[in-house]
Design a protein around this ligand. Structure first.
Ligand SMILES: Nc1ncnc2c1ncn2[C@@H]1O[C@H](COP(=O)(O)OP(=O)(O)OP(=O)(O)O)[C@@H](O)[C@H]1O
Length: 330
């Protein structure tokens, strides 16, 4: 897929629609160096397939927000290109952004207005929105995010999860080709997180492409079909989530009330990278028959309660690819 657009002589745009290929978001060598010299995004080549729920994963400070701000035309890249829904940004941001629903900063509804009145007001600020169908549009959006029953309550009485849903409802007031959600579950309690994740899955099930950033590996595994992993401004890997995790080997896991003995025996058996966490001892899967390793544990008097190979997680893939832990504290 070629570089996407060109400006003809005299500044006439010879932009080719769809030149960015099938991706809903496509970046090529996208780079942002801030004025202070910080290289926040370094040569990013991202392709977000149509219809995917795409997780944009990385520890704090890895460049996710900077990338999203470039995609939304909020800041200029230092170099490289970005296309959203087939159009170059920031150049065509005004044309493309009405088709993008975004939840970028935390939700900030007017607390003294009800959820419904917040949406009515928001819709009224859109000059292209037909006032005659406003109420129906707002009711449909409230219904979509499960806020119909609470629609008459003042937003200041909403939980953070409800405010987040209200933000999503605002993003859903008009048809969207793409939803961009920056850390949509940040600050929510486990119940709120579950609700937002279920909602994202539901939104995606009718074909809307969803691009969501997160620093939570398990969130990406639960919600996303595809993911890209960032570390220090660079893309580490991208692809279908199932393939990413499969690229890393699983680990041997032994559950036992005798972890110290188990760790010693595993090391004697040639198991590398043995890690003890309370009653769980894990290590790299050895290249030999696991039955022999298990027999050696039992022969040494280790009381084995659980023994097996655990499927590799995205976290294992990240560690294998970067040689670093996935430190969410950044
Ligand atoms: N306006 C700015 N000026 C200078 N440096 C910045 C600016 N914004 C971000 N940075 C730096 O760029 C790097 C990437 O930051 P960015 O916010 O994009 O990361 P992130 O992955 O979104 O992290 P977080 O989840 O904490 O927002 C960091 O080192 C950050 O300190």
């Amino acid at each position: 897929m070629g570089e996407a657009s060109a400006t003809g002589p005299g500044g006439a745009s010879t932009e080719r629609v769809g030149a960015a290929g099938d991706g809903v978001i496509v970046t090529r060598a996208l780079t942002k160096r801030y004025r202070g010299g910080q290289l926040a995004v370094d040569g990013l080549d991202l392709t977000v397939p149509a219809g995917s729920v795409f997780g944009f994963l990385g520890p704090n400070g890895s460049g996710k927000t900077t990338t999203i701000r470039m995609l939304m035309g909020l800041i200029e890249p230092t170099s490289g290109t970005a296309h959203v829904l087939g159009r170059p940004v920031p150049r065509s941001a005004r044309a493309v952004l009405p088709r993008v629903g975004a939840l970028i900063e935390g939700p900030a509804p007017y607390g003294f207005l009800s959820g419904r009145d917040n949406l009515l007001r928001y819709d009224a600020a859109d000059p292209t929105a037909d006032p005659r169908t406003r109420r129906a549009r707002v009711a449909a959006a409230l219904d979509r995010v499960g806020l119909t029953a609470a629609a008459g309550k003042k937003a200041k009485a909403y939980s953070l999860g409800m405010k987040q849903r209200l933000g999503l409802a605002a993003a859903l007031l008009r048809p969207r080709g793409l939803l961009v959600l920056d850390e949509p579950t940040n600050g929510l309690d486990p119940q709120g997180m579950r609700e937002i994740r279920a909602l994202v899955r539901e939104l995606a099930s009718d074909g809307t492409t969803v691009f969501l950033s997160s620093h939570l590996l398990d969130e990406i595994e639960q919600v996303c079909t595809h993911a890209a992993v960032m570390a220090r401004g660079r893309l580490v890997v991208q692809g279908p989530v199932a393939d990413l995790a499969a690229g890393a080997r699983g680990r041997l896991v032994v559950t036992t009330p005798d972890p110290a003995d188990a760790a010693r025996v595993l090391e004697e058996q040639g198991v590398a990278d043995v890690v003890v966490t309370e009653e769980r001892v894990t290590g790299e899967l050895p290249g030999r028959d696991l039955a022999e390793v298990n027999a050696a544990l039992v022969a040494a008097g280790v009381r084995v309660r659980g023994f097996g190979a655990e499927r590799a997680s995205l976290e294992d893939a990240f560690v294998a690819l970067t040689g670093e832990g996935f430190d969410v504290a950044g």
